[in-house]
Design a protein around this ligand. Sequence first.
Ligand code: HEM
Length: 518
Amino acid sequence: MASSATLLSTFSSSAQYLINGMSCSDKQRSLLLIRPISALSEKPSPSKTTALPMREIPGDCGLPFIGPMKDRIDFTYKQGRYEFFKSRIQKYDSTVFRTNVPPGPFISPDPKVVALLDGKSFPTLFDVSKVEKRDLFVGTFMPSTDLTGGYRVLSYLDPSEPNHGKLKQLIFFVLTYRRDRVIPEFQSTFSALFGSLETELSSKGKAEFGPLNEQASFNFLARAFFGADPGKTKLGTEAPGLIGKWVLWQLGPILTLGLPMLVEELLLRTFPLPTFLVKRDYQKLYDFFYQVSGPVLEEAERLGISREEACHNLIFAICFNSFGGMKIFFPTLMKSIGRAGSKLHLQLAEEIRSAIEANGGKVSIRAMEEMPLMKSVVYEAFRLDPPVPFQYGTAKEDMVVESHDAAFAVKKGETLFGFQPFATRDPRMFERGEEFVPDRFVGEEGGKLLRHVLWSNGPETESPTVANKQCAGKDFVVLAARLFVVELFRRYDSFGIEVGRSSLGVAVTVTSLKRASF
Ligand code: HEM
């Protein structure tokens, strides 16, 4: 758990980073940590003894094959995921119930889960003393390890497995060893993105944000973490396309691509896509990462990880975890801020520009600390639309899980599942939980709510460690999201968008950009 003091230690230039001798992951991380609005250390966790009435877990998974197929069609096509869960909460009068989740036959051996759909029961999924997180990263199935060089990469490992700690420590190293480069590389890659948006907007009247964001995000990650410019290597601008295909091979069984239902069912959800079809694409990514990550591979050897295993883990952490997260989250940020309208835009522009001016005209961690509305807007976007909405865990022991209204006995070996927006929009924790409220996290009272912001697979007031499964990049991601909003409103007074759907998140088209007038 992070104390306020730990959270205060930031990227501050006085913090001297020493690569050699930094074996303690907490030390490494403490250099990266950024300060939330107000750090509280209250930990929501289910208790063993309960004052709540015990209730049998309602819900019925139906007959084998037929039940999972019906639930899959309802979830994916007929109802959609929000209505799927909402209608069952109403039917069972409970936020905890049994159901099947996609994909089911024939990809997932057992799609039966106990769904936890409120802010009180959901955090059970973070308690690694009670749940095992082995091979559950993307759902009740695990993609072939042929897609990750034959290795079970970090995201699939439970903290009880010896490799988990070593690999997570390596990722903490990646996140810190070039930390001084993060802000400048972000500024240069994203100012190029805004330049391209403007050019496209003036020639076509509108500009798709997604493709430009993907290119900028990959370039930023490669430059910030490895000091490498993909455009100057054999990889060129290919990475977003290669990663998109590789991710499809992994997430296909739970995605919708907008194709007719029968086609998708046959193509994506009947058998895994053959891995040899993506081998060459993956090799290109491998060659790039192997070539640019020398110091990281040396650190890996020092930690007792082979260069090869380290490189496959780097690909996953950068291309799946980081690039995938930015690909989903930045359009979400644009959507939420764009829809909030020009009054909020003006407030953000004023706050951001005056804080920069008061800090010598430079964007810095310190200057961003003086932007409470900007920070709140970022947390609010994470709360409303957590980029990775599904979480899973297997009960390690018989246990009791509490919702607000009842307690439920879960048996060892059962799969627990959460659809995070139902926890982070829980009306008993957040007033107007379904709405984007830009200043929700401003001030002391607002800061107290941060413990219910869970996008990183843990409360925002806690920190990733080698012993938990919280996102290793939590603080880096918050920093990047803050930088995105800062760069946006340094450059523009306001902007207009159209929002559509995409297989992962939203598709944003920029329709207007009003250049900074003050
Ligand atoms: C917007 C961007 C990101 C989002 C939304 C995100 C979200 C998440 C979530 C939800 C998990 C937990 C998944 C689970 O086990 O159920 C996770 C794990 C992880 N993330 Fe992130 N992440 C992002 C960026 C990053 C970055 C920048 C890095 C590092 C460079 C990173 C590295 C990891 C790693 C290594 C894990 C596995 C942790 C473990 O096994 O203990 N992520 N991330």
